[in-house]
Design a protein around this ligand. Structure first.
Ligand code: GLY
Ligand code: MN
Ligand code: MN
Length: 358
């Protein structure tokens, strides 16, 4: 497992940022570097083994799974920040970076050092690493995508007039758990009728009626990695207006997918999808960004919005999810999770694009 490789990449980034040590508190970041979620902190020295701080409840597990790390037991009565500061000083660190620290924690940690600017928060450098998925992460995200696609197949069968939104959600989540999913990456959205016009419409006990648009947004996790996929169905036969909206969103989704590749400017990908929707006369109803990065978190960098001048890199995983939401009428969103490659893009979620339901 490439966890120590990730630490070495972090060490390079730390030095480039002018630090001689780095402290990680964010639990998603410790998960990224360790592969298990139970660590309270991780201290990376300029050289040699990193120190992992773990309370008793997770200590044995940490020792069992964290090879190549110095695992320190933290007792409930101990001052964790003082313990970390003592180790950082023993490591010779004089300029310590940290991924995330509250103001109180920053003050309490800083006072252990002789210079008042010894600790600086810079979480961006870990985010930059996490944006580019390595081969192990890509394999896990492929599986998360496959499982999510199975969940969507269950949705396509369950969406029908007379079914309640939560019944559809139950079928989806059952299908995903059956094939090895972890908890869902976010609360499953089954939003029918006028509620489908709320992009994050919830999942209620509403009964789906004939002719309703139904937005289904679902994401499995697999080994902590997330996936994110949306399809929109009509219970029964779609009207001409529903079809026109659907075809517009699908076109925007395809235009964006074609534009996604290493080196593409993110803002230009968003703008291409947005132009497709504006040209069809629905510009004011596309009320959110084109998409977002996905990984250990369902929403993480990079953010896919018009003003973003960053470029995509091979190994980024992002969503392509244009939508049109017409208040009082209903909404359509089509979303896939997409891996950026040097040649173009690969969909990690897969499924047909078909509006008509049963
Ligand atoms: N599932 C939330 C989103 O699509 O961003
Ligand atoms: Mn989604
Ligand atoms: Mn999404």
């Amino acid at each position: 497992v490439g966890f120590l490789t990730r630490i070495e990449k972090l060490r390079t980034a730390i030095k480039q940022a002018g630090f001689d040590g780095y402290l990680i508190f964010n639990s998603v970041n410790t998960l990224y570097f360790l592969g298990f979620p139970g660590a309270s902190a991780l201290l990376v020295p300029p050289e040699g083994e990193s120190t992992l701080y773990v309370y008793g409840v997770n200590y044995e597990q940490a020792k069992a799974v964290s090879k190549g790390f110095d695992v320190q037991l933290v007792k409930g009565s101990e001052n964790l920040l003082a313990k970390i500061a003592a180790q950082a000083k023993a490591n010779g660190s004089k300029k310590l970076g940290a991924d995330a620290l509250g103001v109180d924690a920053w003050r309490n940690l800083s006072k252990e050092f002789p210079h008042e600017d010894a600790v600086q928060v810079n979480g961006g450098l870990v985010q930059e690493l996490r944006k580019v998925k390595d081969l192990e992460e890509i394999a896990l995200m492929r599986r998360a995508g496959e499982i999510t696609s199975e969940g969507m197949e269950a949705a396509a069968e369950a969406v029908m007039a007379g079914a309640k939104e939560y019944e559809v959600a139950a079928e989806i989540e059952y299908a995903m758990r059956r094939v090895g999913a972890g908890p869902t990456a976010f609360e499953t959205i089954v939003a029918s009728g006028a509620c489908s016009a709320f992009p994050h419409g919830g999942c209620s006990g509403r009964e789906i009626r004939k002719g309703d648009l139904v937005v289904v947004d679902v994401g499995a996790t697999f080994n902590y990695y997330c996936s994110d996929m949306t399809r929109t169905f009509v219970a029964g036969k779609a009207s001409v207006r529903q079809q026109k909206i659907y075809q517009t969103v699908l076109k925007a989704h395809n235009v964006a997918f074609e534009a996604i590749k290493a080196g593409a400017v993110i803002g230009e990908v968003d703008a291409a999808a947005r132009k497709t929707i504006s040209d069809a006369g629905f510009g004011e109803y596309f009320v959110h960004r084109l998409g977002h990065g996905v990984g250990l978190e369902v929403h993480e960098p990079p953010s896919m919005f018009t003003e973003n001048k960053d470029v995509l890199a091979a190994g980024n995983v992002v969503t392509d999810e244009p939508g049109i939401y017409i208040p009082g009428f209903g909404g359509v969103r089509i979303e896939d999770t997409v891996l950026v490659t040097t040649k173009g893009a690969e969909k990690l979620t897969a499924g047909s694009y078909s509006l008509d339901g049963v």
